[in-house]
Design a protein around this ligand. Structure first.
Ligand code: FEO
Length: 135
């Protein structure tokens, strides 16, 4: 599986959010790199935990901007974040309890989810925040 390379088209125009997306991509790339490592290694559990915790932190940041500027699609976006957290929490527990390595379908899901979410859902607010002068 190829790692994710940051592209300018992923930028939502807000420095703090772009930096968080870059860090999430970095964590994802580390998971992709260790796809053959056994899940009982400390590194895997630490990295999976880091990814879920950092995703939550990132969602909170994004939602904070949305509330502050009264973003019209806030409820729907927050719901998508919540579904991701629920799904990944399940994947992580299932992987750590029942698998030997991180299943490829989980890595595929995570990789596709982040790219699609940034390019489709997050990108919808780019113009809104730009008009509000948020950078
Ligand atoms: Fe960047 Fe909506 O997560």
């Amino acid at each position: 599986m190829d790692k994710i390379s940051w592209k300018d088209e992923y930028s939502v125009g807000i420095k703090e959010i772009d930096a968080q997306h870059k860090k999430l991509i970095n964590i994802m790339n580390r998971l992709i790199e260790m796809r053959n490592a056994r899940v009982d290694s400390e590194l895997i559990s630490e990295t999976l935990t880091e990814m879920t915790e950092y995703a939550s932190k990132h969602f909170e940041t994004e939602e904070k901007y949305m509330v502050e500027y009264d973003y019209p699609d806030y409820d729907a976006h927050k719901k998508v974040h919540k579904e991701f957290k629920k799904k990944t929490a399940f994947f992580c527990v299932d992987t750590m309890s029942h698998k030997e390595t991180i299943p490829i379908e989980i890595l595929t899901f995570l990789k596709d989810w982040w790219i699609n979410h940034i390019l489709k859902s997050d990108m919808k607010y780019k113009e809104f925040f730009r008009e509000k002068g948020v950078v």
